[in-house]
Design a binder for this molecule. Structure first.
Ligand code: SAH
Length: 367
């Protein structure tokens, strides 16, 4: 939105200090306010109790804090929580909190909708509505921290995955900025080793990410053992094929002892044969990686099916037999449509089928 006050949530610490100086305030005031927002999770200037009242009033006139409102929280029988959050311009996004023993992983969104058009994904059906700004990305984490504090004190977000709605590398600048903010020790202080950015494979952006000072873990949605299958289910493969993708990944400056995660959505009769498994193992030979198999999670808009359990097991066994470390992801929160690929709330006012001809006059409704 134009002419809005700057959002403290979208600022790095350095931005906040520069902001303070530009207002004619001492630099330390920038850090003080930034810590309130990014470490202590203040959502309102009145919470900043160590600031004199006049300073709080002045701040409120020149900046704002945060932007997302909690519209709905759904809790799955397995303890997974899905948050529906509303932006200031009335868009909805979703974020998922997944408890797993001592670990708690939050899955966050980077865009409203998505432009990549993977054929099996519910978010794709929304098309791209807009990018989230850095403040909207980090705010998902702060909201989740608050929620956990209230409903399950003692449980904290330990891991973060950029695997919600959207393609993170398609919203590159805001995503990198959000990583800088969230990993700052003076703020949320999340370890970059516990953050994973997942991409459908935007090759030039992968190359760029390798040159950044923040180094999250990398997950790549491969989903196919060859170009023929990948072209059919992920149109982005026609732009950057598997060879281009693997070349970029081989050149990616991986930190010591880290490996790339490949996600592989299992679609019955499409990419789940033993031949596919063997081809996958061969393709990834020599790449420092592991594979996460994700049995397809159903949603009404796609013509796919989840393979039978025996097929899934055989696929995994074949990969392992050929030396590829392969793990099976159990769906979490699927009873509340919170599992991978099911995030596509219907509240954005866009039809789920992006292009539809309606009525005799043939009106075309698009997002
Ligand atoms: N755009 C990014 C991150 C979002 S998708 C990316 O492509 O990686 C997160 C993961 O969910 C991807 O690996 C994707 O392949 C997978 N996925 C999408 N739809 C799915 C579905 N219906 N069932 C299971 N996994 C799905």
């Amino acid at each position: 939105m134009k002419d809005e006050l700057p959002d403290l949530r979208a600022m790095t610490l350095a931005d906040a200090e520069a902001f303070a100086i530009a207002q004619g305030w001492p630099r330390f005031r920038g850090e003080q306010v930034w810590r309130w927002v990014h470490d202590r999770g203040a959502r309102d200037f009145d919470e900043m109790t160590n600031l004199p009242r006049e300073v709080r009033a002045e701040l409120a006139a020149r900046a704002r804090v945060g932007s997302l409102a909690v519209a709905e929280v759904q809790t799955s029988r397995d303890g997974t929580r899905k948050l529906r959050l509303t932006t200031r311009d009335g868009k909805s996004i979703e974020s998922v909190i997944i408890p797993d023993g001592d670990k708690t992983t939050q899955c966050i969104s980077s865009q409203v909708g998505c432009a990549i058009d993977c054929q099996f994904c519910a978010t794709a059906k929304l098309g791209l509505v807009r990018n989230l700004d850095a403040g909207e990305i980090v705010d998902q984490v702060y909201i989740a921290r608050r929620l956990l504090h209230d409903v399950e004190p003692g449980r904290r977000i330990t891991n973060l995955v950029y695997m919600g709605m959207g393609e993170p590398l398609h919203n590159y600048d805001n995503v990198v900025r959000s990583l800088r903010i969230l990993t700052d020790d003076k703020g949320a202080g999340l370890s970059q080793r516990r953050i994973t950015v997942s991409t459908a494979g935007l090759v030039p952006r992968l190359e760029k990410l390798g040159g950044e000072d923040v180094r999250p873990n990398l997950a790549v949605s491969l989903n196919a053992p060859n170009d023929e299958i990948r072209d059919a289910i992920m149109p982005i493969n026609r732009k950057w094929n598997i060879a281009a993708l693997l070349a970029a990944l081989r050149a990616y400056p991986l930190e010591q002892r880290r490996r790339i995660t490949f996600e592989y959505v299992l679609l019955a009769g499409v990419n789940d044969s033993l031949r596919d498994a063997a081809q996958l193992a061969k393709l990834l030979r020599g790449v420092k990686c592991k594979v996460n198999l994700i049995p397809w999670n159903p949603h009404p808009e796609a013509p796919y099916q989840r393979p039978a359990p025996a097929v899934i097991d055989a696929f995994q066994a074949e990969c392992k037999r050929l030396g590829l470390p392969t793990y099976l992801r159990t769906p979490r929160g699927d009873d509340i449509d919170a599992a991978c690929g099911q995030l596509a709330n219907r509240s954005n006012g866009v039809p789920l089928v992006p292009l539809r001809v309606r009525g005799r006059a043939g009106n075309i409704t698009t997002e």
